[in-house]
Design a binder for this molecule. Sequence first.
Ligand code: PMP
Length: 433
Amino acid sequence: MSRPPTSSPQAAPRRLERGDQLPLMCCEPPGLRARALARDLRRFEAPGVDTVRGDELAVPWAEACGSNVLDVDGNRYLDLTSGFGVAAIGHRHPRVLSAIAEQGGRLLHGLGDVAAHPARVELAGRLVGLAPFPARVYFAVSGSDAVEIALKTAMLATERPGVLAFSPSYHGLSLGALAVSSRPAFRDPFAARLGAWVVRLPFGCPESELEQALRQGAGRLGACLVEPIVGREGVLLPPAGWLSRLGALCAEHGLVRIADEVFTGFGRAGELFVSETDGYEPDLLCLGKALGGGLPIAVVLGRAALLECWPGNGEALHTATFLAHPLACAAALASLDVLEREDLVARSRRLGEHAGSRLRSLPVPVRGRGLLWGIESDRAEVAHRWADQALRRGVIALAGGHRGTVLQVVPPLTITEEQLDCALDVIEQVVGR
Ligand code: PMP
């Protein structure tokens, strides 16, 4: 077992030259620079998105490389968040950096949906090649944007506005995505703007409930939207066989099957796409996060015949200024290269088995697959305390879940075995054995 990292009197690392190192703490976080930045953040930014409320520890990131993060005071951490699941290939991967530099030297920004560029076309072709069905691509700028596109596609294709969704779930906070997301704290202030077109069932509910909802919704329900593993809302896995039964029932009732794999896609859970492996047979796959290797880009990968429902009349019905941004497309191509060349989906599965065998020896419930794990506490304060204690020992992990009770373990798929063991040592120390 690797030694747990401890505070060290050594001089603060000034730069991160590599991403495969163990934690090195030079001061108690948040340090002086972190506190000063937090003060300015409070002064200049709207309160809704500040991350330094109350007593919570917050460490502004100065650098990230591989599985390491350097805070503004020089503390070096292991990142068990992958930056919300984005850094699957690690932070600041050199191939991504050189692809961005190369692309930026040619075309930094283009004309969105109006004029294509080679990287956009190449990326679309590459994604079509990965799809588990004859596919085409609809580009989006974020995960929630991809969910909006999938919901609009289903409505255009079926002319039925209703959507079967699940609780808990997180699909984003734009109004369409919020309407299908379940957490009351996000929804309640805007409830008057959320349509009544969503039918919500408990995630993993008995088949009889699914059948009943589908019967009652006949003629109104046009789509079913599900996260194959509930991510942000608590790392919840459905009962064995549930996804394939759900997919079959939806197909029987003529619903478009949407899988939200923004979090789980591209190897996070040890499969390229969990919904396909688990038999849901999606018609539309929402993908984002890891795709861009650190730059914002998302897509809907959909059955080619289904996407024909979008009218090609010269006016894009859903688009954005930064659609298929050249830098993001180049970064995504590089990121897919790394994913394939380094066989990271298999690595996620292999390291996930190791992580799972260690985490399961904790005295609390743990759930997960691949490199997506959740450790359940009985109260939100406990999960936050675990996260704070881990941070002080040089490991960044987020407390999440729909009740805030779950400590999430989401390392880069490239994390070294030594780093992973070190992070798991810390988790064992803070959660207890
Ligand atoms: N769907 C899922 C499953 C997600 O986890 C997220 C983000 N956590 C989203 C959609 C929204 O993505 P974004 O934040 O990029 O809009």
